[in-house]
Design a protein around this ligand. Structure first.
Ligand SMILES: C[S@@+](CC[C@H](N)C(=O)[O-])C[C@H]1O[C@@H](n2cnc3c(N)ncnc32)[C@H](O)[C@@H]1O
Ligand code: SF4
Length: 347
């Protein structure tokens, strides 16, 4: 907006000055065009064949504030490459910048968000986003294994949605996938968390990754019993440098399923109304992802290329390097009823 106004003002001034001065103003106009980060990003388009949207608003953001996790899912595409977590006040500053840039929904992810400071860190961020920033939607995606009732007592009121990942209702399959730690029973934890969501009025969601270990499973009965507000079903995705390629910690090629197998899984569960399918194509570029340094991660080239941190260059500059596909975001149903106040839940 600022650049456009400046541009028009200069044009008007140009009409009023003597011909001899035209060169001077032309120079200013050219300077104005090339100074704007947005215009620069247009020239240096990193999304081959795609026009970067110059007016991307970070409506819905996923902040992966930690890469550390207590599970070892073999297909995981956000791995423990660092142990860095921003100091709380810096993370809050970044969230405030995002709010000023138009953020309406924040989702905290990882790694496992309940690992750092035993859930206190994510609790404080949830509280800050709801009470101070007054965001319409605050959510977390978790493996569910480290959440306590005390956490719900302290922070549940400020949380709109809790998504818990569950790829199988067979404990053997979960163990094969790596969704587990020691003697922890993933399903038992899931059921406990489900009940706390009812008790403390947090909307409950399930995320499942369809892979070679579960693609033939029928999960209809259990999903109906859990009755989530939304069931996200992802086709297992490969990301170079995370779960594929030489410098990756995980190697998930053996977990990947074909489009046909994914569609058969979807067909088997088509009676479940809250199911939201996400094929590889839908998923890859349709999320605004911030890493532990608050850098946007661009997945358009099949790996996660980081921008500069929003804490150093601001949201508007960093977001031009996010590779975000806003059309796909809307196509996959990214904008939905995401405030628990609007959901009319029976809990
Ligand atoms: C990276 S995890 C982090 C949050 C938390 N640790 C969990 O597992 O829910 C975020 C979501 O990505 C999903 N996910 C992980 N690896 C994936 C992959 N290769 N393809 C598709 N989804 C994946 C997880 O199942 C989870 O629902
Ligand atoms: S997908 Fe599994 S390994 Fe990856 S962060 Fe979540 S629980 Fe941890």
């Amino acid at each position: 907006m600022f650049e456009a106004e400046r541009f028009i003002k200069l044009l008007l001034q140009l009409c009023m000055v003597k011909v001899g001065e035209i060169g001077k103003y032309l120079g200013k106009i050219i300077g104005c065009i090339s100074f704007s980060g947005r215009w620069i990003s247009r020239r240096e388009n990193r999304n081959k064949g795609k026009e970067p949207d110059q007016s991307v608003i970070p409506t819905s953001v996923n902040y992966h504030f930690t890469r550390q996790c207590n599970y070892k899912c073999g297909f995981c595409f956000h791995t423990a490459k660092t142990s860095f977590v921003l100091p709380l006040e810096e993370a809050k500053r970044g969230l405030q910048l995002l709010k000023q840039a138009g953020m309406e929904k924040i989702n905290f992810s990882g790694g496992e968000p309940f690992l750092h400071n035993r859930g206190e860190f994510v609790g404080k961020l949830v509280q800050y986003c709801k009470q101070d920033l007054q965001l319409p939607s605050v959510s977390i995606v978790s493996n569910g294994s480290l959440i306590t009732e005390k956490w719900f007592k302290n922070y549940g009121e400020d949380l709109d949605i809790l998504a818990v990942s569950c790829d199988s209702f067979k404990e053997d399959t979960n163990r094969l996938i790596g969704r587990g730690q020691g003697n922890k029973n993933h399903i038992k934890n899931l059921l406990k968390v489900r009940q706390w969501c009812r008790d403390y009025r947090v909307a409950f969601k399930v995320n499942s990754v369809v892979n070679t270990f579960n693609f033939e499973e029928d999960m209809n009965e259990q999903i109906r019993m859990l009755n989530p507000v939304r069931w996200k079903v992802f086709q297992c995705l490969l990301i170079d440098g995370e779960n594929a390629g030489e410098d990756a910690i995980r190697h998930a090629a053996t977990y990947v399923i074909s489009n046909d197998d994914f569609n058969r899984y979807l067909d088997r569960h088509k009676g479940i109304e809250c199911l939201v399918p996400e094929s590889n194509e839908k998923m890859r570029d349709s999320y605004l992802i911030l890493d532990e340094y608050m850098r946007f991660l661009d997945c358009t080239k099949g790996r996660k290329d980081p921008s500069k941190s929003i804490l150093d260059v601001g949201v508007e500059n960093a977001i031009t390097f996010s590779g975000f596909d806003e059309k796909m975001f809307f196509k996959r149903g990214g904008k939905y009823l995401w405030s628990k106040a609007d959901m009319r839940l029976e809990w």
